[in-house]
Design a protein. Structure first.
Length: 554
């Protein structure tokens, strides 16, 4: 029975991993809140949002529309260079045509290109666009703004600098957008002001749009790739799988973002307010998310302003938290979040003094092992006591092999006589499961481990370990092909641990247990080396603990 509980534990862990690979989290819910956001901009229901996204362009008067062609202004590109990124803005929109992160490269090679967050071609639309218009205005020609600056350059000690775009459309709507850049933050501030210089009232909404081209390959288990937002203080993952499919949500929106394994592009209102969100997927594979603020009406000569914040950078807890607006909630580890966040903090703490995430993983494994030492010690002691009863249990199985009910009664009497708890070896392991799963999530997609070296051939803790680089591809092995030394060591340590564990009475069960190291080796062969390192160190510590218990007097 003891072996069955351990087998159930191990198989449950394997099933958890396989289930996580095959099935996505539950679909998002659509919060509905009918309370008004304020007297100027009452909230709208989801039905009203759909209507607003499809109704014709509002007119100013007979024969006049808000969206006439703007006067021809030559398109101009402005380069923004800071210690953290190099961006290219266009006065057509205005929008961002390129955003390269200086501290992150596509591979561990020092000459590798910088990470580019904008992956759209010129004919694919705008990566990020904030405008004031009727929701259907995107069907018309976008405005081209006047801008005086050619470049914006910030040094390490520079003060924040502004980049201002101005546009005067023939319909009498004057718009200015002022971007503010910081030398030490990925945050960008935007202040947008609209003045109605026409003779008639004009209606419209502030709309912020993100457009991205997600990778074609399937997302890894460790992280979610797609649109995400914080609405009514709840994190929502917007899963869109079919072309032309749309997802509509409505409520108080703190931010809207697109995130992948390690990076995030987000837009957020200066003040969280009630608004609506629409996410949709185009046949070209482009994913678009619109954040629409409540509609307003501007009388002649009336002006209105609004503010937004952008964050284009790594999914780093410190940087996200410094940005504010609860953006750090974008880093989510599912049901293990309450455990994973403290463990991630501990990983940062160790690395602050050691400056090696590989050694930090080893230290955090030792700390966890120490914390659970009493429980695992009790588990191994119980297994040792159960081993003493194996001969008696074998005899009972032979004697009552045709009477399952009587066998269970005799087994329970045996446990009671020798004061052995058959679940004593399993319960301590079950208690540790949430910590194991939390570390599994952290070490799988932490930006801190991306391209972080450990030692020798392990130069990227976020990638599978490979010694050498074979010129051919090995089946079942993610590229590049090579010798997974760390994974093989992990499998060997698990085999030794199995040999030290008391043998179950059932021969078939014993064979299954001995096959588990092989199964886990194949499962871990494509896992990040940081995760394999944790499992290897944990196995080595467990072997030492088992050895100590076996050598101790009964």
């Amino acid at each position: 029975m003891e072996k069955r509980t351990i087998l159930a534990f191990v198989l449950s862990f394997a099933v958890f991993i396989i289930w996580s690979l095959l099935f996505a989290p539950t679909e998002e819910h659509v919060p509905v809140n009918d309370e008004p956001a304020g007297k100027e901009s009452p909230g709208k229901t989801v039905g009203e949002v759909e209507s607003a996204l499809t109704r014709p362009v509002q007119t100013q008067g007979p024969g006049q529309t808000m969206n006439r062609e703007a006067p021809d202004i030559e398109e101009k590109e402005i380069e923004v260079d800071t210690p953290l990124y190099r961006a290219v803005f266009s006065n057509s929109g205005p929008t961002i045509k390129s955003f390269k992160l200086k501290r992150y490269r596509q591979s561990v090679d020092e000459d590798s290109p910088l990470i580019e967050l904008v992956n759209l071609e010129d004919n694919m639309g705008d990566f990020c666009l904030v405008s004031f218009s009727n929701p259907s205005a995107s069907q018309h020609k976008k405005a081209t703004y006047q801008v005086d600056d050619q470049t914006v350059t910030l040094g390490v000690d520079s003060l924040p600098q502004d980049l201002i775009f101005r546009s005067e459309n023939p319909d009498g709507i004057s718009v200015s957008q002022a971007f503010r850049f910081y030398p030490d933050q990925y945050r960008i501030d935007l202040h947008i002001e609209v003045i109605n210089q026409a003779e008639e009232p004009v209606g419209g909404s502030f709309i912020a749009t993100l457009r991205v081209l997600p990778p074609q390959e399937k997302a890894s288990y460790y992280s979610y790739i797609g649109l995400i937002l914080l609405v009514d203080e709840e994190l929502e993952q917007v899963k869109i799988k079919k072309p032309f499919e749309e997802k509509l949500l409505e409520g108080q929106i703190d931010w809207v973002a697109y995130e992948d394994d390690f990076f995030i592009s987000s837009v957020m209102p200066g003040q969280p307010s009630r608004g609506s969100f629409r996410g949709r997927l185009f046949p070209t594979g482009i994913l678009e998310g619109d954040y629409v603020m409540p509609a307003v009406v501007l009388n002649p000569l009336e002006r209105i302003s609004s503010s937004f914040l952008f964050y284009f950078g790594p999914r780093d807890m410190g940087s996200l938290k410094a940005t504010g607006k609860n953006l750090d909630l974008a880093v989510n580890f599912g049901w293990t979040d309450i455990i994973a966040k403290p463990l991630l903090w501990l990983l940062h703490f160790f690395n602050k003094y050691i400056n090696n995430y590989g050694i930090s993983i080893i230290l955090i494994t030792i700390v966890i092992k120490i914390l659970f030492w009493p429980l695992t010690h009790k588990s191994y002691k119980s297994m040792k006591e159960m081993q003493k009863l194996q001969p008696r249990m074998t005899k009972l199985r032979e004697k009552y092999k045709n009477d399952r009910e009587q066998l269970n009664k005799e087994m329970m009497a045996l446990y009671k006589t020798y004061k052995v708890n058959p679940m004593g070896g399993c319960l301590p392991m079950i208690i540790q499961l949430p910590v194991f799963f939390a570390l599994f999530r952290i070490l799988g997609n932490a930006i801190e481990l991306r391209h972080a070296p450990f030692m020798l051939w392990i130069n990227d803790l976020s990638a599978p370990d490979r010694l050498f680089d074979f010129p051919f591809q090995i089946p079942m092995m993610a590229p590049p092909s090579g010798i997974p030394v760390l994974t093989l060591l992990m499998g060997a340590s698990m085999f030794i641990q199995q040999k030290m564990t008391p043998t179950p009475g059932d021969p078939m069960q014993a064979k299954i247990m001995m096959f588990l190291p092989v199964i886990f080796t194949f499962m871990f062969i494509n896992f990040p080396s940081g995760l394999v390192l944790y499992w290897l160190v944990n196995n080595i510590l467990s072997i030492g603990q088992q050895y100590r218990i076996h050598k101790s007097p009964a």
